[in-house]
Write a protein that binds this ligand. Structure first.
Ligand SMILES: *[C@@H]1O[C@H](CO)[C@@H](O)[C@H](O)[C@H]1NC(C)=O
Length: 558
């Protein structure tokens, strides 16, 4: 009797499982076979008014993890729906994109399409409005423009990539406002010095004065010569594409998203105004890591004394699980879970630094390369995270670059070399030392290739770009002891750096230590032979070349 019962229960269980399987797979197949509508109908089932809760900076959320998962999932499903072909319910699609991307000026697009599109101004003053710009693929010269032909059967973002962007176009994008003028001028000089021939787009949100534009053009174009070529510089005002209520939410930080997303290039390379490249821009595009993934980021200093609260790490785990199904609940098998799910070893390391060591700093956004053909929705997710209930978890916006790609399940990677400290190589005198022992204290963060050659750095090329000599002099005894007065300190801060070498610290033994100089932007690192860290001493040839770039950057701005 007992046996019969057991058999009955087993058979019933099996039947139930089969039924569940049948319905699950059945509905999945239905979604895939359909003409796209049923995919979009997912949104109709959502409660009304759902978009307003998201994209609200600083707003308290009772369940931040859940809110972020919902937001990202909606964007992910939308991007997957776009990949389905066939007849579409275009009205439904419009409704959804208005709610998912409330910062776009859809009202403008519908009522006055011409005014909606951004305005490009070329260095010679020519204004191109509602136009696709075309550049020569080999020399980066401006070829022609043609009017944007909006296809009302497509979503806005499909239009953006397919009808408003030249396929495969590459160029440098710099997000700027009047505040960064001085640094941007210096960057332009360096770009000329390294004979850049990619077009340059300065992206702004209505906040660049005519005087600033004039100075930038002069600096990019004067004294044209083969060894110092004039630059194909453009100015892109994105103000009109943003909905009025959102335009001023894009303050300095979030302007970077605008620059990447709305730049006219399909494959932009984003530079900070205080970034300095030491190799040709083409080299970055050629990096295997970029070619493979279409999104390449560089690592930040490993800072081990600014950590997440354990509760924040729990929310981040919840978000990661909810968006990409990586189950991180069991502490003891975290490593195995991560390496089973994430194939890229550099990304694994970054995730472990965040989830196990609780580090907050992973990415340095001074140089980012991105193929929007593959990663537009990663960026839209990053932008959404910037406005989400977990927006305040990180300082600034840089970590959203990689988290956006991770949570939208798009392959990306970090360049697999740690960030390093670059500057004057100081010998450390110590009684018990036998081998070499060096220290570098510097504001500049450098990035080298796998062979140790310098690729680029961030932080400009003078000793300290902050006007903090007064503050530092008062608050730092060592500075007060070594400099006669604040005026002497100012002169030192504004003097050119000396690039003698690089130290890549061993963060577990002797990491990045704030020196107290330059408004706390200056860090010291140590190398001790055979014990910790790595040192690279530049050769005479390297030093001469680097010092030329340092001089170009530091020249008096006329
Ligand atoms: C996640 O993993 C834990 C432990 O391995 C397991 O107990 C739990 O059920 C899993 N969660 C989900 C939702 O799969």
């Amino acid at each position: 009797m007992v046996r019969k019962n057991r058999l009955f229960i087993s058979v019933t269980l099996l039947l139930v499982l089969l039924l569940i399987y049948y319905f699950q797979v059945g509905s999945l197949l239905q979604t895939q076979n359909s003409n796209g509508d049923s995919c979009l109908h997912y949104y109709e089932a959502l409660e009304s008014g759902w978009s307003n809760r998201f994209y609200s900076v600083n707003q308290e959320s009772l369940a931040p993890g859940k809110d972020v998962v919902q937001l990202v999932t909606r964007i992910n499903i939308f991007s997957r729906c776009l990949q389905q072909t066939g007849n579409r319910d275009i009205q439904l699609l419009r409704d959804i994109e208005k709610r998912l991307f409330p910062y776009l000026n859809f009202r403008g697009l519908e009522t006055n399409e011409i005014d909606f599109w951004p305005t490009h101004t070329r260095w010679n003053g020519e204004v191109y409005h509602a136009s696709v710009l075309e550049f020569g693929s080999r020399n980066g010269h401006f070829v022609r423009s043609r009017p944007i032909k909006y296809n009302s059967a497509l979503s806005f973002w499909e239009n953006w990539l397919q009808t408003a962007t030249q396929a495969g176009s590459r160029g440098i994008v710099i997000s700027a406002s009047d505040v960064q003028l001085d640094e941007t001028l210096r960057l332009l000089k360096v770009l000329r010095f390294i004979k850049n021939n990619f077009p340059i787009e300065i992206v702004y949100n209505g906040d660049l004065s005519q005087d600033t534009i004039k100075s930038l053009v002069k600096c990019a174009r004067n004294q044209d010569a083969p060894e110092y070529p004039a630059q194909e510089i453009w100015f892109l005002n994105v103000h009109s594409v943003l909905s009025p209520g959102y335009s001023d939410k894009f303050l300095t930080y979030s302007n970077k998203w605008l620059a990447l997303i709305f730049s006219s290039f399909e494959i932009p390379i984003l530079l900070d105004s205080d970034t300095v490249p030491f190799v040709s821009i083409d080299m970055f595009y050629k990096l295997e890591e970029f070619q493979r993934t279409g999104a390449l980021f560089f690592k930040d200093r490993i800072i081990s004394d600014d950590l997440f609260e354990p509760s924040q790490v729990e929310i981040l785990k919840e978000v990661i699980y909810g968006c990409i199904g990586l189950n991180l609940t069991d502490e003891s098998i975290l490593h195995d879970r991560i390496i089973n799910h994430i194939k890229d070893p550099t990304v694994v390391q970054v995730l472990e630094n965040m989830l196990i060591k609780r580090y907050k700093h992973h990415l340095e956004s001074g140089l980012v390369i991105l193929d929007k053909g593959r990663h537009l929705f990663s960026m839209l997710t990053s932008l959404a995270l910037q406005f989400s209930p977990i927006a305040e978890y990180f300082h600034g916006d840089k970590e959203w670059f990689w988290l956006g790609a991770l949570l939208s399940n798009n392959p990306f990677t970090f360049y697999p070399v740690d960030a390093s400290n670059i500057g004057k190589l100081g010998s450390v005198i110590s009684k018990e030392t036998t081998g070499e022992f060096y220290q570098i204290c510097s504001v500049q963060l450098s990035h080298t290739d796998k062979d140790g050659s310098l690729l680029w750095l961030n932080g400009g090329l003078n000793v300290c770009k902050k006007a903090s000599w007064g503050y530092d002099y008062e608050h730092n005894q060592r500075l007060a002891a070594n400099f006669q007065d604040t005026e002497e300190l100012r002169k030192y801060y504004q003097s050119p750096v000396q690039l003698e070498g690089i130290i890549m610290p061993d963060a577990d033994i002797s990491g990045w230590v704030k020196s107290g100089e330059c408004f706390l932007f200056n860090y010291c690192t140590l190398f001790k032979e055979g014990q910790y860290g790595k040192v690279i001493k530049f050769t005479g040839t390297e030093k001469r070349r680097f010092s030329q770039i340092v001089s170009v950057w530091n020249e008096q701005i006329s």
